[in-house]
Design a protein around this ligand. Structure first.
Ligand code: ADP
Ligand code: MG
Length: 141
C-alpha cells in the first residue's frame, strides 16, 4: 500500500491510513530527518480530534493524547526515539509500558530501539519525493 501526498492532501491521506491500519496498535515510522513523520502523526491525531495540544515530543520522548471513540476514551502515544542514547534509556523512560499497553502507539526513529518492539508492530516508511510531496509505504510481510 502506498500514498503520495502534499500537505494539502495530508488529511485525506491520514483518514485513508487509519482505515488501512484498523486493528493495529503499534506503528513504527521509518524515514530520514525532514521526511514528514511528525507532521503525518499530527495529521493522524487531528483526524481523531484529540484533546489537548498536539505538540512535538522532542523534549519528553512520549506525548499522550486522548480522543473520543464513539463514547469510549481512547489513547494515542506519540513517541520520538531520536534523542535516545541506548535501549536501557528507553526502558527507564517507560517506553515498553506504552508499547505493550492496549493503546495506539506511533513511533519515530524505531531503529534506535529495535529489540523493544512487539512482534506485530506495523512498519511504515516515509520519504520525500520532492519539496512538496511525500511517499508513505506500508510493507506487508
Ligand atoms: N506531506 C508533505 N508534503 C510536503 N511537505 C511536508 C509533508 N509532510 C511534512 N512536510 C514538511 O517537511 C518538513 C519536515 O517535517 P517533519 O514532520 O518535521 O519531519 P520528520 O518528523 O520526519 O523529521 C516540515 O517543514 C513539513 O512542513
Ligand atoms: Mg520528527
Amino acid at each position: 500500500m502506498e500514498w503520495i501526498f502534499s500537505l494539502n492532501e495530508i488529511q485525506d491521506t491520514a483518514l485513508s491510513f487509519w482505515e488501512k491500519i484498523k486493528g493495529k496498535r503499534v506503528v513504527a515510522f521509518h524515514g530520514p530527518v525532514g521526511a514528514g513523520k511528525t507532521t503525518f502523526i499530527h495529521a493522524l491525531c487531528d483526524v481523531k480530534k484529540v484533546k489537548g495540544t498536539v505538540g512535538s515530543p522532542t523534549f519528553s520522548l512520549i506525548n499522550e493524547y486522548v480522543f473520543d471513540d464513539n463514547g469510549k476514551e481512547q489513547k494515542i502515544y506519540h513517541i520520538d526515539l531520536y534523542r535516545l542514547k541506548n535501549e536501557s534509556e528507553a526502558f527507564d523512560a517507560g517506553i515498553e509500558d506504552s508499547l505493550y499497553s492496549n493503546h495506539i502507539c506511533f513511533l519515530e526513529w524505531p531503529e534506535k530501539a529495535p529489540s523493544l518492539f512487539p512482534e506485530d508492530t506495523l512498519h511504515v516508511f516515509i520519504e520525500a519525493v520532492n519539496a512538496e510531496r511525500r511517499r508513505l509505504i506500508i510493507k506487508y510481510k
